[in-house]
Design a protein around this ligand. Structure first.
Ligand code: NAI
Length: 329
């Protein structure tokens, strides 16, 4: 039996947690022969609810689930963790300005960054899901300077999956036919799902879908607004699909990327594609060994794409400036 991978999940009693934990424990994330130890981190008032989730995990008798540690103590929660999945955050409420949201969540992510640096395993990798995830990731990373830059990720995989599904439906093909889909920039309504470099059955999307107006208009806005559409339909935000995207993100970072393809993850910008260094930006990413990764270089960026990328990067800069002003980074 392999030794367990230790995974911390914050916000474990929340909606995403309720889908995610069972996927991790069942082997969907790390494979069918890899045991996992779960550290479930919540705020004190949510511990009774978390206890119910732990009871349900127990009741699944998962063969791969080595141990469960529910806690509100960050030092205990992040102790020795190989993966930290930062899902918990405070949602935007009516009347709350974006700046208020950055400030409230910023404080959460400064403390978590510091606790991860102090307690996690030396190979820790961190995926930030809680919104605004790119900037929360920047805050946590800035508060954990000892952890290498390439270990920090913010999730844009749900956007990638949504974009693939929309393109597949329009082309009348299965979603597995859609590859090479980049989400550029911020996980927000400014993100740019790049159809210009995407492929359907190996052919350029623009060769398969001739409706350019749809690609430049409805396709992009549907992907950008999908979260809001789900809230409207379901009465609460996407959770099972978000949890699925967390599983996909970790799987894609731990297994070699299929030849010629890539995936979307927000990572520390090294200046690629003219994006200002240090911003946590979604790029096309690939890995050959399931540990190290690289930003796919030299993709063509036409004028239309550049204007969309500029818009989302500008938003990231504004968020960065706001949290800098608040003294969070
Ligand atoms: P939720 O409100 O159901 O759960 C959040 C949980 O976080 C709650 O149980 C809460 O007690 C906990 N929490 C709050 N502060 C905490 C702290 N300091 N430490 C630990 N736990 C804390 O929300 P849900 O639906 O699970 O979503 C979680 C986050 O994921 C939200 O910020 C949401 O906007 C974001 N999200 C991100 C997506 C992405 O693609 N990046 C997609 C969907 C959601």
């Amino acid at each position: 039996m392999k030794s367990p991978i230790t995974v911390a999940v914050t916000g474990a009693a929340g909606q995403i947690g309720y889908s995610l934990l069972f996927r991790i424990a069942s082997g969907s994330m790390f494979g069918p022969d890899q045991p996992v130890a779960l550290r479930l981190i919540e705020i004190e008032p949510a511990l009774p609810t978390l206890n119910g989730v732990v009871m349900e995990l127990d009741d699944c008798a998962f063969p791969l689930l080595h141990s469960i540690t529910p806690t509100a103590d960050l030092n205990e929660g992040f102790s020795g963790v190989n993966w930290a999945l930062l899902v918990g955050s405070v949602p935007r409420k009516a009347g709350m300005e974006r700046k208020d949201l950055l400030s409230i969540n910023g404080k959460i992510f400064t403390g978590q960054g510091q606790a991860i640096e102090k307690n996690a395993a030396s190979d820790v990798r961190v995926v930030v899901v809680g919104n605004p995830c790119n900037t929360n990731c920047l805050i946590a990373k800035s508060n954990a300077p000892g952890i290498p830059s390439e270990r920090w990720f913010a999730m844009t995989r749900l956007d990638e999956n949504r974009a693939k599904s929309q393109l597949a439906a329009k082309a009348g093909v299965h979603n597995t036919a859609v590859t090479n889909l980049t989400i550029w920039g911020n996980h927000s309504a400014t993100q740019y799902p790049d159809f210009t470099n995407a492929k359907i059955n190996g052919k350029s999307v623009t060769d398969v879908i001739s409706d350019q107006a749809w690609l430049e208009g409805e396709f992009i806005s549907t992907v950008q607004q999908r979260g809001a559409a789900i809230i409207k339909a379901r009465g609460s935000s996407s959770a099972a699909s978000a949890a699925n995207a967390v599983v996909d993100t970790v799987k894609s970072l731990t297994t070699p990327t299929p030849a010629g393809d890539w995936t979307s993850v927000a990572v520390w910008s090294d200046g690629s594609y003219g994006v200002e260094k240090d911003l946590i930006t979604s790029f096309p990413i690939r890995t050959t060994d399931g540990t190290s990764w690289e930003i796919v270089q030299d993709l063509p960026v036409n004028e239309f794409s550049q204007s969309r990328i500029d818009a989302t990067i500008n938003e990231l800069k504004e968020e960065r400036d706001a949290v800098k002003e608040l003294g969070l980074i």
